[in-house]
Design a protein around this ligand. Structure first.
Ligand code: HEC
Length: 181
């Protein structure tokens, strides 16, 4: 809270600084920096076996849309570019009649997407608890929205739909629904 106030105060003092901020807010997600950050994060996740072919197994459970009929969720911490933050990884499984047992036996075959929330540094997105959001395809490439914009960053800040909008409605104070389940 204090930090946010300092931010606004600084912005009022230095004319040039808000200009840069406005630029980055024009596209709250899917920009080159977001995409690069997401790629680094994927590498970190793969190395930690949180994603990729050799992912550690967690107990799958029955879920609902939009996250797939069977899901696996992991809560951990990760370090990206020297910043350590909380990382929530959700592996979304789908397909005709897919069961928990099938996903357990073969976690790769039914994988539809990997959605993540990574807690970034203070000031990244204070209005939304500084989460970095991303939706990867099983290959590690980013999924795109109907306009072809890659789903990484503050997705989709200011929009009525998308990660932030739905988690604000469904989630607790920290936009995580996991803890309240
Ligand atoms: C329409 C609502 C909705 C949208 C859109 C949505 N989510 Fe979720 N998300 C949920 C709900 C509900 C849960 C809790 C469990 C479940 O899936 O039933 C959840 C859980 C999660 C979790 C596991 C941690 C937790 O909070 O429980 C992650 C990570 C996640 N979502 C990431 C994303 C990302 C990234 C996007 C955007 C690409 C996204 N979500 C879009 C509703 C949504």
């Amino acid at each position: 809270m204090t930090i946010r106030k300092i931010g606004i105060f600084t912005a009022a003092l230095f004319g040039a600084w808000p200009a840069a901020t406005v630029l980055s807010q024009d596209s709250p997600f899917g920009g080159p920096e977001d995409v690069e950050y997401a790629a680094t994060l994927w590498e970190v996740m793969t190395n930690a076996r949180l994603a990729g072919e050799n992912s550690i197994k967690v107990r799958p459970f029955e879920g609902s849309e939009p996250h797939g009929t069977v899901q696996e969720v992991l809560s951990t911490t990760a370090t990206v570019d020297g910043h350590e933050g909380k990382l929530l990884v959700k592996r979304n499984h789908g397909g005709e009649g897919v069961t928990i047992q099938e996903v357990y036996d073969n976690p790769v075959e039914h994988l539809a997407a990997v959605t993540i929330m990574f807690k970034r540094e203070e000031g990244y997105d204070p209005e939304n608890q500084n989460w970095f959001w991303a939706k990867y395809l099983p290959s590690g490439e980013l999924d795109v929205n109907p306009d072809g914009v890659e789903l990484a960053g503050r997705v989709a800040k200011g929009a009525d739909e998308g990660c932030i909008a739905c988690h604000s409605a469904a989630g607790g104070e920290d936009l995580e629904t996991l803890t309240s389940r």
